[in-house]
Structure formats: structure tokens, C-alpha cells
Design a protein around this ligand. Structure first.
Ligand code: ADP
Ligand code: MG
Length: 278
């Protein structure tokens, strides 16, 4: 009998190229990017503004189509799927967090978290929404509208929404870009804790080395190409490769997340201890 082949990468980009018209000529926004992200891995894509980070994320999600190259989710090529099939695949497999939160302003925090669960026809949607609001420290704010919440609180609601349907892959585009550094750090801690608890694969795009420090691996993009890569040397507490100027994740208020009880909906929740208030 043949030995079972190893699990494919959760996300794989092969020679990914995106060109866009710019006046008379074509601008090459991404230029032959190869990247494989293993199930459960977290990868930060770093690069200056305009280096192609958001384009890479949009292509990974099937929100944009490559000019050349391939995108595979769990080994399945997605770049050639119809819009319909792509939309269904995205709902099943991909969660998003955006710099600008993107909550629906006419829905409460709880309704925002409920929405993807209801679209997916999830059983126990209410319980899952409540559990996630608790995990991001917002149990008491579920009835508030986004305009009644601070930026950090809105982004924590967006995190609860992104994790709600347990997507295997989470894509985050500058998730702390609109937040001050203390608030941003708190949001990152909540993100890291949820990711760990749920076993979610993460691709995090940022221009900020302090944000990228939460990832297992850092990929540097410049002018649409990968120019450098660093992997955490050892365990999660090891500093990153020497000479990068990147500091290990800042010590700050800790977020504790209890392990997931197998098969139990009655999970313990993340609880922020002390730390900055928004
Ligand atoms: P980043 O997220 O790293 O700041 P982007 O992926 O948003 O970079 O953009 C990379 C480059 O592609 C930039 O020069 C940007 O101006 C250009 N670009 C992005 N989207 C478009 C578009 N729809 N039309 C024309 N140029 C675009
Ligand atoms: Mg961008």
C-alpha cells in the first residue's frame, strides 16, 4: 500500500504574479511570489507601503485573480474557480480582519458576530457568538453598535466575527494599523490567543516589525518580490533571527486562554488580566 501523502500546505502561492494597468504601461505589483503556509502556522508578510502586501492577501483569498501563477487552498487550485464556487469556498475556509474593522454599522456587536454563523446555518449560533464575545473581553458590550465602541473594541468584535465559523485560514491586513500602540498590542494578544486556541493558520500583513513578531515566520516583500525570510529559531519564546532589528513579542498584559475541551461547546474563554484600558 502506498504511504499516505503528507497534508498539503493550507495555503500555497506558486509563482504568483499580478500586473495592473498604470497609465500607458503595466505595473508589476507582484512578481513570481512562492509561499507555502503549513496548517497551523502563522506567517507575517512585511514590507513598506506599496510593496504588494494587500494584493497578495486579496489573491490568497480569491478576491482578486492572478495574472500568472497559482493559489492553492488545502491543495485545491482556486485561481480558476467560478465566482460562485470561490464565494462558497471562502465562506467555508477563510476569515478576514481588515485595518478598518469593516463592521456593519446597523448591526450590534453581537449581531455582527452572529451574521456569518447564521449564513453558514450553524447550530448553536447564539452560544458561539456569546462565547466569542467573551473570548475577546466584550461580553457586556454585545448590544452596542460599532459607533458606540472604541477602535480597539471594534477590532475585537471583528476578531470574534472572523473566528466565528472556525475558518482554517485567517487573513489579516494591517489589523492594528488604525490603533494606537497599546490598543494594538491588546488586539494582537487577543488575536494570538484565539488563533492558538482554534488552531487557525494565520497570514498577517503589516509594515510594523513589532506586529510581525507574533508570527512563527516573517516574509519580507519589496517591489512585489520576497526578498528575505526569517523563522523563529526555536520555541515560541525564542528571539527572532539575529540582526533583523525585530524584537520578540513585547511583554505586556497577558491574555490567557484555556484549552479547548474536546467536543464541548462550553469552552472557557480568554480573559485579559490587567493591562491597558481603551
Ligand atoms: P501594500 O498593501 O503593500 O501597501 P498594495 O498591494 O496595496 O501594497 O499595492 C501595491 C502596488 O500596486 C501599489 O503601487 C499600488 O499603488 C498598486 N495598486 C494596488 N491596487 C491597484 C489598482 N487596483 N490599480 C492600480 N494600481 C494598484
Ligand atoms: Mg496594504
Amino acid at each position: 500500500m502506498a504511504t499516505p501523502s503528507p497534508a498539503p500546505p493550507r495555503l500555497e502561492l506558486r509563482q504568483l504574479t499580478r500586473r495592473l494597468p498604470s497609465g500607458e504601461r503595466l505595473l508589476t505589483v507582484l512578481d513570481g511570489v512562492d509561499l507555502a503556509v503549513a496548517p497551523g502556522e502563522s506567517v507575517a508578510v512585511l514590507g513598506p507601503s506599496g510593496s504588494g502586501k494587500s494584493t497578495l492577501l486579496a489573491l490568497a483569498a480569491g478576491l482578486d485573480r492572478p495574472t500568472e501563477g497559482e493559489v492553492l487552498l488545502d491543495g485545491e487550485p482556486i485561481h480558476a474557480l467560478s465566482e460562485d464556487r470561490l464565494a462558497r469556498l471562502r465562506r467555508r475556509k477563510v476569515g478576514f480582519v481588515f485595518q478598518s474593522f469593516q463592521l456593519l454599522g446597523n448591526l450590534t456587536a453581537r449581531e455582527n458576530v452572529l451574521l456569518p454563523l447564521e449564513i453558514a446555518g450553524a447550530r448553536d449560533a447564539g452560544r458561539r457568538a456569546d462565547e466569542l464575545l467573551a473570548a475577546v473581553g466584550l461580553s457586556e458590550r454585545g448590544h452596542h453598535y460599532p459607533s458606540q465602541l472604541s477602535g480597539g473594541e471594534q477590532q475585537r468584535v471583528a476578531l470574534a466575527r472572523a473566528f466565528a465559523t472556525r475558518p482554517p485560514l485567517l487573513l489579516a491586513d494591517e489589523p492594528t494599523g488604525n490603533l494606537d500602540s497599546a490598543t494594538g498590542r491588546r488586539v494582537l494578544e487577543v488575536l494570538a490567543a484565539l488563533r492558538e486556541r482554534e488552531g487557525t493558520t494565520l497570514v498577517l500583513v503589516t509594515h510594523d516589525p513589532a506586529v510581525a513578531a507574533i508570527a512563527d515566520r516573517r516574509v519580507h516583500l519589496a517591489d512585489g518580490r520576497i526578498v528575505r525570510e526569517e523563522r523563529r529559531a526555536g520555541g515560541p519564546d525564542e528571539p527572532v533571527a539575529a540582526g533583523t532589528g525585530v524584537e520578540p513579542a513585547a511583554a505586556g498584559p497577558r491574555v490567557e486562554v484555556a484549552g479547548r475541551a474536546a467536543g464541548s461547546e462550553d469552552r472557557q474563554v480568554a480573559r485579559a488580566r490587567g493591562g491597558a484600558r481603551e
